[in-house]
Design a protein around this ligand. Structure first.
Ligand code: NAP
Length: 242
């Protein structure tokens, strides 16, 4: 069975990516942290597309939980290959650096950057053995440009961009591509408090993007036909910055 693991699949961009993976024929492993009801909704949307999958509950900021849940699944499913990994789970906790608390720094780095490391290290092992894999990391405009009030988040996302480029060079000859998608402003719970009317004037296409538009880019990079694209960061930001 060909599987796609999507972290943070219970809501927003991750949910749209799960549906896209189902449309592409993958059995979808829907990871989430705490919102079981929303994760179930994602699974139902997958089934509505005649797809299938299962929920995978673990906190991406905990290397112990990653090992316990994902490590166990890999061990118990030797014939079910994770061919696509989408590292999407992420949080932000904004504030000017001078006022930023230790926990704000640590939680954002742990969830976004450490999560990428511990999950990818587990999953890439099987990909190396099978000589095929697609890894897509959901980063951010903030990691490319740096945004005030987001020193923690910009650092975490820029870290993943560096890791994407490095890992792409390590595993390229084994048929594995590693890319990143960098959304700008996308309508999800994460951007709920933002003033779209005001901000859209900064965006050349004059609107926030949708989760489905980001999922489309992820689906493209996850396709077998995208095998000659690696170490790339694809912006999905309405022309805001490139
Ligand atoms: P969202 O609507 O807030 O959803 C976040 C998702 O991540 C949820 O499924 C949540 O699970 C999961 N999650 C959070 N912490 C987790 C943890 N420790 N372990 C496992 N899952 C966790 O966010 P979004 O807007 O879709 O963002 C998705 C990704 O895109 C993030 O990496 C974000 O940084 C990036 N991004 C978003 C935007 C934007 O404008 N929205 C822009 C640039 C980049 P629960 O439901 O269980 O809480």
């Amino acid at each position: 069975m060909k599987c796609a693991l999507v972290t943070g699949g219970s809501r927003g961009i991750g949910r749209a990516v799960c549906v896209k993976m189902a449309e592409m024929g993958y059995y979808v492993l829907v990871n989430y942290k705490s919102n079981a009801a929303e994760a179930e909704k994602t699974l139902q949307l997958i089934k509505d597309k005649n797809g299938n999958g299962e929920l995978m509950h673990f906190d991406v900021s905990s290397k112990e939980k990653i090992q316990e849940v994902l490590g166990k699944w890999i061990e118990e499913n030797p014939n079910n290959n994770i061919d696509v990994l989408v590292n999407n789970a992420g949080i932000k906790d904004d504030g000017l650096m001078i006022f930023m608390k230790d926990e704000q720094w640590e939680n954002v780095i742990k969830t976004n950057l450490d999560g990428f490391f511990y999950i990818t290290r587990l999953v890439v092992n099987g990909m190396l053995q099978r000589k095929y894999g697609r890894i897509i990391n959901v980063v951010s405009l903030s990691g490319l440009k740096g945004l005030p009030g987001q020193v923690n988040y910009s650092a975490a996302k820029a870290g993943i961009i560096g890791a994407t480029k490095a890992l792409a060079q390590e595993v390229g000859r084994k048929g594995i591509t590693v890319n990143a998608v960098a959304p700008g402003f996308i309508k999800t719970d994460m951007t709920e408090g933002l003033n779209e009317k005001e901000l859209q004037n900064l965006i050349p296409v004059r609107r926030f993007g949708t989760s489905e538009e980001v999922a489309h880019a992820v689906g493209f990079l996850a396709s077998a036909e995208a095998g000659y694209i690696t170490g790339h960061v694809l912006s999905v930001n309405g022309g805001l910055y490139s």
